[in-house]
Write a protein that binds this ligand. Structure first.
Ligand SMILES: [Zn+2]
Length: 296
C-alpha cells in the first residue's frame, strides 16, 4: 500500500490511522487521499483524518508545491476518514470546499454527524465543521483551473450522497468507499444502490484507472474485475444475512451482525452501529438483482 504518483497529474497519499475501541483494542486502518496537480494549482479528493494535513503538506513540498497551491477540496462523501483534515486545510489555505448536497449537513455540522452516525473514535478522527462553498452532483463538470476537468457521477449505496469523480483527460475514476472491502464486514447503507452504482461505473467510456479510498489502483481489465468482485461480495453477504434471518427469525440487526461476523471468521470484530446498518439494508430487500456484467 503506498503513496506514489499514479499519472502525470494524479498522486495517491496513503494515510494510516487507528480507531480506539471501548474494550481497549486499537483498530488499524488507512485511507487514500488523492492530489490532482495541474502544474500550478492542486485539487484534493478527500482529506483523510484529523492531522493528515501535515502528511499532505509534506508530500506537496516533496513534489515542489506549497500548501498555498491548494485551490479546491472535493469530497467523495462525508464520513470521518474523508473529511477529517478539511477544516485545518480550509483554515490554512482558504481553498474552496465541495460535496454532494446529501452529505453537506454532515460536513457543515460534524456534531450532527456524530449524533446520527456515532462511529467509534469520531472526535479523534474529525477536526471540525467546515462551510461548504459548492455542492456537486450528477452531471456537474468541475474545471480544475487548466486543461483538467472532473465529471461528477452520483454513485449512492455506501452513503446516499456518495459520488465518484472522473478525471476525463486521463481516464481516472475516484470511487471513494463505493467498492466494498472484503477484509472487514461490508459497510454500506443500501446494497441495491451499491450494485447499481457499480454497474454505472462499468459503463463509463475510456475508463483506464480506478482509484479507491482503501485499495491499490486498478488498471485496464482489472478495473472491471474489481467491480464484479465487489458486487460478488455484496451478493455473498446478502445470501448469508437472509440464511441467518430464516434460522433466527426473531434476531435483531445487532444479533444478526454478531452471527454474520462469526460466520465470516471475524469473531474479534465488535458489532457497531455501522455493521447493524449494513444488515438492516439487506433486510429491506429479499431478492437482490444480479450484477449485470454486459454493461462493461
Ligand atoms: Zn465511508
Amino acid at each position: 500500500m503506498g503513496t506514489r504518483q499514479i499519472t502525470s497529474s494524479v498522486h495517491m497519499i496513503c494515510i494510516p490511522f487507528t480507531i480506539p475501541h471501548p474494550e481497549g483494542v486499537q483498530i488499524t486502518r488507512h485511507v487514500n487521499v488523492f492530489i490532482i496537480d495541474n502544474g500550478r494549482q492542486v485539487t484534493f479528493i478527500d482529506t483523510g483524518v484529523s492531522g493528515s494535513e501535515q502528511i499532505l503538506y509534506g508530500y506537496l513540498r516533496s513534489i515542489g508545491r506549497s500548501p498555498a497551491s491548494i485551490a479546491l477540496v472535493v469530497h467523495t462523501h462525508a464520513h470521518p476518514d474523508h473529511i477529517g483534515a478539511t477544516r485545518a486545510i480550509h483554515e490554512d489555505t482558504g481553498c474552496y470546499v465541495a460535496i454532494h448536497p446529501h452529505e453537506r449537513a454532515w460536513l457543515e455540522d460534524v456534531g450532527l454527524q456524530a449524533r446520527e452516525r456515532p462511529v467509534p473514535g469520531f472526535g479523534m478522527l474529525v477536526g471540525g465543521s467546515v462551510p461548504v462553498d459548492r455542492v456537486v452532483q450528477e452531471g456537474d463538470r468541475i474545471s480544475l483551473g487548466s486543461h483538467l476537468h472532473l465529471r461528477v457521477l452520483d454513485t449512492p449505496g455506501h452513503s446516499k450522497g456518495s459520488v465518484s469523480l472522473y478525471l476525463e483527460e486521463e481516464g481516472v475514476l475516484f470511487t471513494g468507499d463505493l467498492i466494498p472491502r472484503p477484509d472487514d464486514l461490508l459497510i454500506y447503507e443500501n446494497p441495491l444502490e451499491t450494485i447499481r452504482s457499480l454497474e454505472k461505473i462499468q459503463s463509463l467510456p475510456d475508463l483506464r484507472i480506478l482509484l479507491s479510498s482503501w485499495d491499490e489502483p486498478y488498471m485496464d481489465r482489472r478495473v472491471y474485475e474489481a467491480l464484479k468482485k465487489g458486487a460478488g461480495y455484496i451478493h455473498a453477504l446478502h445470501r448469508l444475512v437472509w440464511d441467518l434471518k430464516h434460522k433466527h427469525p426473531s434476531a435483531d440487526t445487532t444479533v444478526l451482525g454478531r452471527l454474520v461476523l462469526d460466520a465470516c471468521g471475524l469473531s474479534s470484530v465488535p458489532v457497531n452501529p455501522l455493521i447493524a446498518n449494513t444488515i438492516a439494508g439487506h433486510l429491506l430487500i429479499e431478492t437482490l438483482p444480479e450484477f449485470n456484467p454486459d454493461l462493461g
